[in-house]
Write a new protein. Structure first.
Length: 128
């Protein structure tokens, strides 16, 4: 008798499982589509398309384009972490290692991020 009841319950669960449409896993996890055209994010060129960036261009810039390098990946440049390959793709400048994108450097005066001067070029940071 107990065996018969277990068999009936198992059959009922299988029937329910087969009759219920499955929701795709990406929708459950809230993942976003990878950009087909190099645009991303919620602003500018991304135009709120909410695409994420692929592995070869992992950062979503403040301008809504996927890319690599400091102009795309620095948090101080507006990297959109929510639309980059991973939340660690965007990063803060590294004191004394990140080349200045705006001609400021060090940590005094206008140099609040600790940028370093470019290795080449006419532009360099002053001691002030």
């Amino acid at each position: 008798m107990i065996r018969h009841i277990r068999l009936m319950l198992a059959s009922a669960f299988v029937g329910i499982a087969l009759a219920t449409p499955l929701t795709p896993i990406p929708n459950l996890l809230g993942t976003r589509a990878v950009s087909p055209n190099g645009t991303c994010g919620a602003q500018a060129a991304g135009a709120n398309n909410r695409f994420t960036c692929p592995a070869d261009t992992p950062c979503c810039s403040s301008h809504g384009y996927c890319g690599a390098g400091d102009s795309y990946c620095l948090t101080t440049a507006g990297c959109q972490a929510a639309f980059s390959l991973s939340t660690v793709s965007c990063h803060a400048p590294q004191d004394g290692k990140t080349v200045s994108p705006d001609n400021t450097c060090g940590i005094v005066g206008d140099g609040k991020y600790g940028y370093r001067c470019p290795a080449t070029g006419a532009t360099c940071c002053s001691a002030q």
